[in-house]
Ligand binder design. Structure first.
Ligand code: FAD
Length: 545
């Protein structure tokens, strides 16, 4: 009988245990979990603050008793694995509230201890009772008690990643005044700047204050102090600036760490120590696009690594592919999804890339309740290999991103997007799906059919006094426009060609990039070789802060 000991009973740990049981009815499986709960949805934790999930325990998927009854898996909560003896193949455990320790033997040890939120010691007051993090059900219980008992009104969230934004949304829905402090130029590092502006607008429209390019220096009882000298009123601070892998136990056992600080594993998730495996947020993984070591603290990799690792234990040969980082989050009325590399990462990696953007309606415009889908595709130049994509909208934007993610995993190219045959009915999409559309624009870019610049360059263009045409209708122009832009609508330009200079570059933009593109194509055919499309939507131009 194989003795399998698992450290950590949530994302990776619970998945590994269940997979072992499916492959081995007779294995002796023990999960040690230092917290009071196992197998809960970390990802649903933020929703316990609004009325989406009515109580913290609502995120629990399986109790220790259910593990015992359904799977014959021994789950020991409030029990910390404090040491590993890799030679003797034993772990030392300590139950909460007890001084004594117990030694437990293993044949295979699986580490899935997760990651812990980063709490920089340089921030004065970081250990105050009004500074909290969100990692498990116990954290949620503690925060909820604090909110009520201390009559909190204002909450500062430090960090504009997905956990920070989900907390902002749910706490705002619960009636709290929210400020997000983000050190970078924009929230959500997975997005490029112009797409993040759409998220900034959404936060701003829902009364969330977003302070960018600011660092917290000190936290007091009622105020958060920023490096610029600015102070923000708040009685509770949620730290969400990222996580760091939990590696102490692995290091103590002699397991090597990788260059990113995560536990180093091979293609079967085996650590450098025999019979010790590791999965989840604690490990280092390979990015399948850049082939570089990275870390990815997400649920899909954790549970899939667990399955692959156990498959290997039982003689199967799983295929280690590495990660591409597909993710989605919900922010108020928006869904925000991304996969693969963004433009910033491509520049960082010195990859030659091009991009294409489209912003069509999610379904045929005559149908009720249509909304815009903002989609950006990043691809390698000149091969056209798809590198990444970002999508934002009120509809299910994870759908185009999932299609693109599937193609990335199959080394898909731009031509695969133009040709992929997808479902269509006016209720669900457009005959030419947004995925096909972005592929067609990308194909034009690849073939150098026209010149384009990103909306992010508009500020420099304006400062340099560039000639910019706004191809929208006069009323749209009157509602707001780029400073100094000349309003020559697509519907009028053929009668107003004399207003379009031929002796300098002419940059053309509109609401979504479609009308401007049509004008660019027409002008090119009329001999204007100086026209450039401003790729991207007008909404992405506005800087919200
Ligand atoms: P965990 O699930 O954290 O489990 C590790 C467990 O190990 C912990 O319970 C810990 O107490 C225990 N442990 C650690 N050391 C010991 C020890 N020595 N002895 C015993 N037990 C120990 N991912 C997504 O893909 N999509 C999302 O929408 C999403 N939302 C999230 C929202 C929040 C608020 C959080 C916190 C995470 C979210 N994630 C999301 C990330 C996802 O939950 C994690 O990537 C996943 O849970 C990782 O699994 P894991 O097993 O590595 O770590």
């Amino acid at each position: 009988v194989k003795k399998v000991v698992i450290v950590g009973g949530v994302g990776g740990g619970a998945s590994a245990a269940a997979r072992v049981r499916r492959l081995d009815e007779f294995a002796q499986i023990t999960i040690f979990e230092k917290g009071p709960d196992v197998s809960f949805s970390n990802c649903a934790l933020p929703y316990t603050f609004s009325d989406v999930i009515d109580q913290p325990d609502g995120v629990i998927l399986k109790t220790p008793m259910q593990f015992e009854q359904q799977y014959n898996i021994d789950v020991q909560v409030n029990t910390t694995v404090v040491a590993i003896d890799a030679q003797a193949k034993t772990v030392m455990i300590k139950r909460q509230g007890q001084v004594a320790t117990t030694i437990v033997p293993y044949d295979t040890l699986i580490l899935s201890p997760g990651a812990r939120p980063i709490l920089p010691a340089v921030i004065a007051g970081i250990d105050r009772p009004n500074v909290k993090t969100v990692r498990n059900v116990q954290d949620v219980r503690t925060i909820q008690a604090y909110l009520t008992e201390q009559h909190v009104h204002d909450v500062t969230i430090v960090g504009g990643g997905f956990i920070g934004l989900e907390m902002a949304e749910n706490l705002q829905q619960a009636g709290y005044q929210i400020t997000i402090i983000e050190a970078a130029e924009h929230v959500l590092g997975t997005l490029d700047d112009e797409f993040a502006q759409l998220v900034h607008k959404e936060l701003y429209d829902h009364g969330v204050q977003v302070i960018l390019q600011e660092q917290v220096t000190a936290i007091g009882t009622t105020q958060v102090q920023l490096a610029s000298g600015r102070a923000v009123t708040s009685q509770l601070v949620i730290m969400a600036i990222g996580v760091t892998p939990v590696t102490e136990l692995a290091v103590q056992a002699g397991c090597a760490l990788g260059v990113t600080g995560g536990i180093k594993v091979d293609h079967r998730y085996q650590t450098s120590v025999a019979d010790i495996y590791a999965v989840g947020d604690a490990i280092e993984v390979t990015n399948r696009l850049t082939r570089q070591s990275t870390r990815l603290a997400l649920a899909f990799p954790a549970q899939m690594q667990a399955r692959h690792m156990v498959d290997h234990l039982y003689g199967r040969t799983p295929d280690y592919q590495g990660v591409i980082g597909s993710q989605v989050l919900h922010v108020f009325t928006l869904n925000v999804a991304s996969t693969g590399l963004n433009a910033t990462e491509c520049e960082h990696q010195q990859l030659d890339y091009r991009f294409a953007t489209v912003a069509p309606q999610n379904r045929v415009s005559v149908m009720p309740g249509t909304t815009a889908v903002f989609l950006k595709l990043i691809f390698s130049y000149p091969t056209g290999e798809i590198l990444g994509a970002q999508a934002i909208g009120q509809s299910d934007v994870d759908k185009p991103i999932d299609i693109i993610a599937s193609l990335i995993t199959m080394h898909g190219r731009v031509s695969d997007l133009t040709d992929v045959e997808l479902c269509y009915s006016p209720w669900v999409s457009t005959a030419k799906n947004v995925v096909n559309m972005v592929g067609l624009v990308a194909e034009n870019v690849l073939n150098d059919e026209f010149k384009q610049v990103a909306v992010t360059q508009v500020r420099q263009l304006v400062l340099a006094g560039a000639f910019i045409i706004d191809a929208r209708e006069p009323q749209e122009y009157a509602d707001g426009h780029i400073k100094g832009a000349h309003n020559i609508p697509l519907s009028q330009f053929r009668q107003r060609l004399v207003e379009i200079p031929t002796n300098q570059p002419v940059y053309i933009h509109c609401q979504t990039g479609q009308r401007s593109y049509n004008m660019v194509r027409a002008l090119l055919q009329r001999g204007y070789t100086n026209v450039v499309n401003i790729a991207g939507a007008y909404a992405e131009l506005v800087q919200y802060e």
